[in-house]
Write a protein that binds this ligand. Structure first.
Ligand code: GLP
Length: 242
């Protein structure tokens, strides 16, 4: 894995947004996998800035988000879809039909997961997958476990992950869904290029386990070690235990 260390989170966001803009200029139909969470917020802010400055055209890009809560519709302000609308989609020129999201309210969730896998295939696969990192080593909602799931699936969230997401629910832990839909490990690892972003001291221990530890389902992000073009972009704080 190629590890890049930057002075702070804003620099990570600025450099990565320029990298994405360059890739879009070369390939306007870039298929991008996107995460939610606090980490990508500065990145989305920078992408919006570049777009407003006429330096990032997303009119022909295609996006697939990693995950969504079960039971929340995209119009629910607490959903990941709504998060993405607020931080990115409402502020750029990406047509609605080119945005792909898992529907956490689908009647048949297994079928919904299959639909998502097929949509990714039809788009020709993901060119660039951006990832955040859960403090327990999860990526998307692939939680640490004895065994991981390859494809998009329904998953049960760990207590720590529900706590980490409580802010979206006004801090009310009881309101955080227990289940989510998530791309699976193979869905993620089939992306042509992966950039995992981790910032802040709270991620330092997990970053060290992901990079220097063994490949283990106890740290799902450690599977990125198997990918030919996986990069980890860190600020100094997140890199402090390497
Ligand atoms: C959530 C998301 C992950 C994300 C993680 C880290 O659980 N499902 O995709 O990477 O949180 O979030 P943060 O960036 O807020 O630390």
């Amino acid at each position: 894995m190629r590890v890049r260390i930057f002075t702070n989170a804003d620099t990570v966001a600025r450099v990565l947004s320029h990298d994405i803009a360059r890739r879009l200029a070369r390939n306007p139909r870039l298929v991008i996998g996107l995460p939610t969470g606090r980490t990508p917020i500065p990145l989305y802010r920078e992408v919006v800035r570049l777009h407003r400055a006429g330096r990032a055209d997303l009119s022909r890009a295609i996006t697939f988000n990693l995950d969504e809560f079960v039971g929340l519709s995209g119009s629910d302000p607490r959903s990941y879809r709504a998060f993405m609308q607020r931080h990115l989609f409402d502020c750029i020129n990406l047509p609605r039909r080119r945005i792909h999201f898992l529907d956490g309210t689908a009647r048949d969730l297994a079928r919904e997961c299959l639909r998502y896998e097929r949509a990714i295939d039809r788009a020709g696969g993901i060119d660039l997958q951006i990832l955040g990192l859960g403090a327990n080593g999860h990526i998307g909602f692939n939680e640490p476990a004895r065994a991981l799931v390859a494809r998009t699936h329904r998953t049960r969230l760990r207590a720590a992950t529900r706590r980490a997401n409580a802010a979206l629910f006004g801090g009310r832990l009881a309101d955080v869904p227990h289940d989510a839909l998530s791309m699976g490990m193979a869905t993620i690892l089939y992306a042509k290029r992966i950039v995992l972003v981790a910032t802040g001291a709270s991620k330092a221990g997990c970053v060290a386990r992901m990079i220097d530890g063994p490949v283990t389902p106890r740290v799902p992000a450690s599977f990125l070690q198997l990918h030919r073009h996986a990069e980890v972009w860190l600020d100094r704080a997140a890199a402090s235990r390497l």
